[in-house]
Ligand binder design. Sequence first.
Ligand code: NDP
Length: 434
Amino acid sequence: DQRSPGQPEFLQAVTEVIDSLWPFIEANPKYAEEGLLARLVEPERTIIFRVCWTDDQGRVQVNRGYRIQHSMALGPFKGGLRFHPSVNLSILKFLAFEQTLKNALTTLPMGGAKGGANFDPKGKSRGEVMRFCQAFATELFRHVGSDTDVPAGDIGVGGREVGFIAGMVKKLSNRSDCVFTGKGLSFGGSLIRPEATGYGTVYFAEEMLKLKGMSFDGLRVSVSGSGNVAQYAVEKATALGAKVVTVSDSNGTVIDEDGFTPEKLALLMEIKNEQYGRVSDYANRAGVRYEAGLSPWQVPVDVALPCATQNELDSDDAVLLVKHGVKCVAEGANMPCTLEAVKVFDAAKVLYAPGKASNAGGVATSGLEMSQNAMRLAWSRDEVDARLHRIMRDIHQACVQHGRRADGSISYVDGANIAGFVKVADAMHAQGVV
Ligand code: NDP
């Protein structure tokens, strides 16, 4: 607390992890030696910088940029960049900490990081977004590289922004190696990377349901958000026979009792990805219901996939979902459920997976992009998808192995935290106090 004043999201993430690790550490005290826990919760390096750029009216704008290089114990720092007005040190530190454990869970050689800026891309012209990205890159380029730090996208940073930043980083560094993942296919990106987080979340939930003898076929599913993760979660769940009845944004929710079809999803993608529109625009054009100010959690479903942002599902929402008979909650976003909401799911024996396990497919496929770049070749769509699917099954298995309770039920929170922690902690221990 004293080392991180005014950082509620970071303390929330650390509290969740330490609470669930504690019994394991008491049983295995070697993991508390040499200040290992104190070192694990302190980022290796935090960079904060000024970003100045000029808007279309010729006015100078100033934003704050960040890169949190949390841990290099397992490989180069690795994690996305977020552009959103809410971005601050607390949010990025929580994301970088979670990323370190998540990357360990993928079993690929990647450390943990996160970065971004309090820049709001909404309503900005292409020229403004490009100038901002280039200004951001003029500082970021000093800190990244294929063997030091490999950023990617996150909220507000999609293929377009990755392209603009990577372009400037290449120019300044005079190197073309793998500075970023989530790159466009035209300059070294991997097939399936855009789909990976959403698909991976659904693959993970499929494994959870299987343990209970269920499948997605015929289930009602709610998805929150309508960005990258949400779109591909809708696609995969629909392909597996589920009826996806919601998507949302920070203004409201679309409720479609008939469920998404591939045609409706194509329209949503066109409006979101090409016109940078809102879900209300989609509802108007698709002729479906839209409720301003409503969250998706009011709608009765079997499976809930929160894919928008942190703390978007609180204990009241959880109580309502349980009342409506929800069976499984898998996080596509990072920390979308509050600590209290998770307690409600636990008490009601609802299957619940934390993002660091269920949304790890995105960074896992980023790891596959790095491998392809290093080998200077590109795998087919089916090859990458098959590898992603296998990784998600393996992460699920690791959670089951480390998270089985005495009564036979699975705590995916404990499983993910312990499996990720052991990998990072063993590597930190082997490399001494640095
Ligand atoms: P996008 O920017 O593509 O989409 C974010 C979506 O969430 C938008 O629909 C946005 O709506 C919505 N949203 C943001 N804030 C709120 C809010 N306060 N209430 C309701 N909706 C909100 O981001 P991504 O899809 O890439 O990321 C979504 C989540 O998934 C994040 O938590 C991210 O960290 C996580 N994640 C992403 C990965 C990736 O590969 N992209 C990998 C692993 C995790 P609006 O337009 O109104 O802001």
